[in-house]
Design a protein around this ligand. Sequence first.
Ligand SMILES: [Zn+2]
Length: 595
Amino acid sequence: MHELREEELNSLRSQADIADVVGHYLSLVKKGKALSAVCPFHDDHDPSLNINTERQIYKCFVCGAGGNVFTFVRDYEKISFREAVAKVADMVGFKLSVDYAAPAIAIDPAIQRLYNVLKDSIQYTNYTLNSVQASEAKSYLKNRGIGDATIEKFAIGYNPENDELTRFLKAKGHVVEDLVKANVTRINEYGERDVFAGRITFPIHDPQGRPVGFSARTLQKDLAKYVNTAETPVYTKGKLLFNYHRARTFARQAGEMLIVEGVTDVFAFDRAGVYNVLATLGTACTKDQIRLLRQLGEKAVLCYDGDNAGQNATYKIGSLLLEAGFKLEIIPNTMGLDPDELCQKHGAEALAAFSRRRISWLDFLIEYRLKSVDLDNYSQKKEFVKVMMAEIDKVNDRFDREMLIQKISILTKLTNEQMSLLSPRKSDQNATPIQRKYGSAPSRLSKLDWAEKEILGQMLSGRSAALLFRDELGFLPQPLNNACAMTILDYYRNHNEIVLADFINTIAESEVVQLITDISNSEIYYKEYNEAALRDALTLCKTSMLDQQIERLKLESKQTDDIALRQNMAKRLEELRNEKLRLKQKTKEDLHGST
Ligand SMILES: [Zn+2]
């Protein structure tokens, strides 16, 4: 097989836009002009993968992954470079002069044999579903509303009794060792037996759409309802989601993904025309599964059963997704039917309508917690409020917070003040959006904080200090202190001096008022104009800001492979260091000048 000419490869590359190719796999987020995505190459929660459409490359600022359209497809799909070239050519409709689609270097042949075993198993079981011995299975599916279209689409099948599958696969030339490795056959004292004998089979695929195993349901009452493939070289329970490879495109288009409990729920939604649906295959969500989900977008809708197990699962998985930065909605299930049963009883239309009803995560939490709480019991009520206040504390939207607090206040007949005593962050309990935005300064900043307060104190006591600050520095590193400085500067535009009591009337933000009153109450900070002390404080702020910039730049330059960018950064770093040096010398001169 000969290779593609370089010109042809480049021509294909220029026709495949990096944003289109990455966007084929990941949902892209627009940040101003820049495009980014959640990085598939490390455990990413924020979109760290930068897509540079100008230079046609991608770059992750966290794990360092980077390259062009081909390396992206290669690394994402875990295929060879040639296969990736073929895929990209396919995507843009480019006709390659060489057939690259056939893998030149096959993935590990031992692994490929397992895929082949599973492919043939799916074909055989799917075929057998139409035989006489599968009549019970077929009528079971029919009763559950699973018709021929669904059976074909999901390649649902029946694994006959009497180890027929094993015999079929051996006749097809597979070796027993591979059958056992793929977990379709097991060997016990009676010999080689089908693992899923007498069960309806639902094939499971990996994110690349390769067959890796089965979820299999029995028709007998005394056996475990569902059995899944055991861990094999191609089937890792926590790394798979049922229907992922089919739901991927739909989830990205819809801007949300529906997460359900079982495979039959996926079928039910499919009948209702809802295709962005995945099932967690009975496991609690693992890190790997969350990573896969995050590649589909940031909004997840949970739709579990209405029973206790289902609600507990909703709570568990919801908490994990929330922690991973997902936006969450819950489909409230009060009917005691799972989506599959709902579809059977009320039809596909009703299920589609059901899937559009949503409540917020916190509304779900209130209901969920209330189930196990007796509000007439004092300590239970107290614990309930405590837990809910902690949850509410995580909510960013102030309106949402107020609504929730009011809701709980009505439920518990407690006042807002009483409830706030149970809030986890007492100092922050009445936090307004501004406090949340500014936060409180960590203690390691105390020296800097001291300098900033010194500046503010002097600005409050006289106009000259404010003007020197404006000319020499212009802003303060810490946000709340800076907001305070800006308020003071603004005031001096129309006033020659500050009369605190009057000044306070003109300030809208209560945090700024609080800070100003703190400082003006303090003997340390609030004092007469002292130029030397003020210049000291200004220099300290400047140095600290330079240090921060230098640190940031050093880090960024370490993480980039771009030589031109790195050179620019080095130049800027040099400038910053010189500036810092000048600042140091100037301070020395000032000191000598004053002595
Ligand atoms: Zn990364």
